[in-house]
Design a protein around this ligand. Sequence first.
Ligand code: SF4
Length: 302
Amino acid sequence: MIQDLTTEILRLKEEKDAVILAHYYQVPEVQEIADYVGDSYYLSKIAKDAKQNTIVFCGVRFMAESAKILSPNKTVLLPAAEAGCPMANMASASALLKMKEEYPNAKVVCYINSTTEVKAVSDVCCTSSNALNIINNIEEEEIIFLPDKNLGGHIQKLVPHKKMILWDGCCVTHNKIYKKQIEALKEFYPGAKVLVHPECTEEIRDMADFIGSTGEIIKFGTEDSSDKFIIVTEIGVLHELEKRNPNKKFYAPDNMVCPNMKKTGLEDVYNALKEMKNVITIDEDIRVKAYNALNNMHLLGR
Ligand code: SF4
């Protein structure tokens, strides 16, 4: 059955001149069918430069919308139309505009995990892998950072000379991990290094041997000489880590599952391509404004 679907998806991909992108948090079979698998920053670069006419984005809505913002002439499909990001929905453009009035000298940096409307009223976007670079490359001292208070708090510690005004948002998946869960895993797997995503709380980040984006966690787990690791980010990254490192062991808290990232199955990819459905559309006025913030990310994040 999976083989049939895979064959059909590959055939449709050629027929529709499509490229399939998948985030590391997707289920393994979707990662396997994708042309490119990566974290938000990597995938946004691929989407920007894609040669194909159609982009199938296996991820959540803000990712597919970012691809459409960057490539307005392409058809962008989100196979699971209902896959959203609760954190992105924690910030609204109207509330951000009010905050900007309170801090007129501040630059606004929005995490790519935000709505198109929020991006449209922000100065620059960032991802967890380039946030530090971007904030260091901004001249202004005052920065409004949204929507993730955990990533913002992590960066603030690294740039004490900046004043970061943090939004009160978070990733519901990364925010719900508790210290005692990591302590239990450490006790069970003595000597394992703890690799933590910056969307986790400070209490969890303080337990880390390494803090980084999903891409950076995969790189660290692959290049480090240890043979066992506790991975504190969405469980989907285990697929790539295990594929690259068959002789190492990776353990993760079993509740680190983002239900939205797990909404896409092979059948959704097949149906989206076959019927060319779940097409992302964005009002051109908003798209152009949001493009500036995303394009600034590519310029400042280098
Ligand atoms: S893991 Fe967190 S930030 Fe990523 S899509 Fe899920 S809720 Fe949003």
